[in-house]
Design a protein around this ligand. Structure first.
Ligand SMILES: NC(=O)c1ccc[n+]([C@@H]2O[C@H](COP(=O)([O-])OP(=O)(O)OC[C@H]3O[C@@H](n4cnc5c(N)ncnc54)[C@H](O)[C@@H]3O)[C@@H](O)[C@H]2O)c1
Length: 406
């Protein structure tokens, strides 16, 4: 099949790789000229997508990247995978999605199927995608949603062995989308409407968001009681059913978990329904950077004038993605306590105009937020090393959350 994928980031490039594996022809459209140039040289920017996958596609004439939307004219299927962030006030912001829709609308060929993989509020396919496209191009009537479930860096579950949800605007759209995904996904699950698929994606991520908020609160209670929360969680996890362990952390980050529940909240507001679990978890998760720094100060002593190396500033291990990472808030809270703050991350060269510092002997303490596999602390000659996530605890590193110290 001739496939066009709009947006060649984490989701779009992962899909490109999946579609190439099934021998489809892929046009990857992206507004970033530099990204397009690199992709056309066969250089991937996503962990888990090897350069040779793109290079082989280019060599066989099956893959091309472009920033020219007219290139999608030959596509039977056009899939949208563009960012759906929050605006400066923390509200859902679909302007990028609307812009992508506007760019594709006049370039779609008769009979093209349009699929949305971007995460958004329930009703987005019909309101933000199908209606404006049909208003401009009456030859397009097939639309579907297939929420992406990619977990960047996950070596166990990828596009092939993670079930795919597909919900079309009608049976024909569902069948067409399902036929496409079945060419490279082991298990495609058809649902009765696009709204069910959209809501399922929001449920999955809100479930994690709420449980992370709860375990962060639970940990604070255990810390106050001087009971090691991480041991309690591991003990509870020996129950073979009805319990899924979550571990406390410095906050939540990335493009999905902190963002998607607020899209669900918008749906709740639109129908005057409460969303108290989302509100409470949001507040709890945002408290964690401050709480973590307070905990560090309780265990180490005053941070005033201390040289602190914050280690691992991306939002999760083995990923160079700093979007919504709580590292920024942690550094601000350290500075508010008059600490001299530096950071080190083996995967990130620059962040907010500052470069990664070397691991060395000149610091009073290190605070590990995220432990990448490539992290090498062997040159460390400074003071104690603390870590926030108890499951990252490592030899003589001192876990500041979930340990028994008050
Ligand atoms: N990253 C994840 O783990 C993940 C998982 C599931 C779902 N999602 C969802 O998928 C969507 C995309 O996320 P992502 O992580 O791939 O984002 P990303 O930032 O990694 O990639 C998005 C790409 O879209 C491009 N772009 C921006 N505006 C464009 C436009 N108007 N036309 C064409 N290209 C444009 C950007 O240059 C970028 O390369 C979001 O809705 C996100 O919530 C992400």
């Amino acid at each position: 099949m001739q496939i066009a994928i709009i947006g060649q980031g984490y989701v779009g490039l992962t899909l490109t790789s999946g579609a190439l594996s099934a021998n489809h022809d892929v046009i990857g459209v992206d507004t970033s000229e530099s990204l397009v140039q690199n992709l056309n040289k066969g250089i991937s920017h996503i962990e888990g997508i090897a350069n040779h996958v793109l290079q082989e596609g280019i060599k066989q004439g099956k893959f091309k990247a472009s920033s020219d939307f007219s290139e999608i004219r030959s596509a039977e299927i056009v899939i949208i995978a563009v960012p759906t962030p929050l605006d400066s006030e923390g509200n859902p912001d679909t302007t990028i999605l609307e812009s992508a829709v506007s760019s594709i609308a006049s370039n779609l060929s008769e009979g093209a199927l349009v699929i949305n993989e971007s995460t958004s509020y329930i009703g987005t396919l019909r309101k933000v995608i199908a209606q404006p496209i049909m208003a401009r191009n009456s030859k397009i009537s097939d639309f579907a949603v297939s929420p992406e479930r990619v977990d960047p860096g996950n070596k166990e579950f990828g596009a092939k062995n993670t079930s795919r949800l597909v919900g079309g605007i009608d049976e024909k759209a569902t069948e067409r989308a399902s036929a496409f995904y079945s060419t490279f996904c082991d298990h495609v699950v058809k649902v009765s409407s696009p709204e069910v698929a959209e809501a399922a994606k929001l449920l999955e991520n809100t479930f994690r968001f709420v449980n992370i908020g709860f375990i962060n609160e639970f940990t604070q209670i255990m810390n106050a009681l001087q009971i090691p929360a991480s041991e309690v969680i591991s003990a509870a996890a020996t129950k073979p059913y009805g319990f899924i362990p979550f571990f406390p952390n410095v906050g939540i980050g990335g493009h999905c978990i902190p963002v998607d529940p607020l899209y669900l909240q918008k749906n709740a507001q639109d129908v005057n329904n409460s969303s108290k679990y989302i509100e409470t978890s949001e507040a709890q998760n945002h408290l964690m950077p401050k709480y973590s720094v307070e905990r560090l100060e309780k265990l180490f002593g005053s941070l005033k004038g201390k040289k602190v190396l914050v280690v691992g500033i991306s939002y999760k291990p083995d990923i160079a993605d700093t979007r919504e990472s709580p590292a920024q808030a942690v550094m601000e809270h350290l500075k508010a306590r008059k600490a001299e703050v530096f950071w080190h991350d083996p995967l990130i060269a620059n962040f907010e105009g500052q470069s990664s510092s070397r691991v060395s002997g000149e610091y009073d303490l290190a605070l590990v937020l995220v432990k990448h596999q490539s992290l090498d602390m062997s040159a460390w000659r400074g003071g104690p090393i603390y870590c926030v996530n108890p499951i990252d605890s490592h030899r003589d590193w001192i876990p500041i959350l979930g340990s028994s110290g008050r």
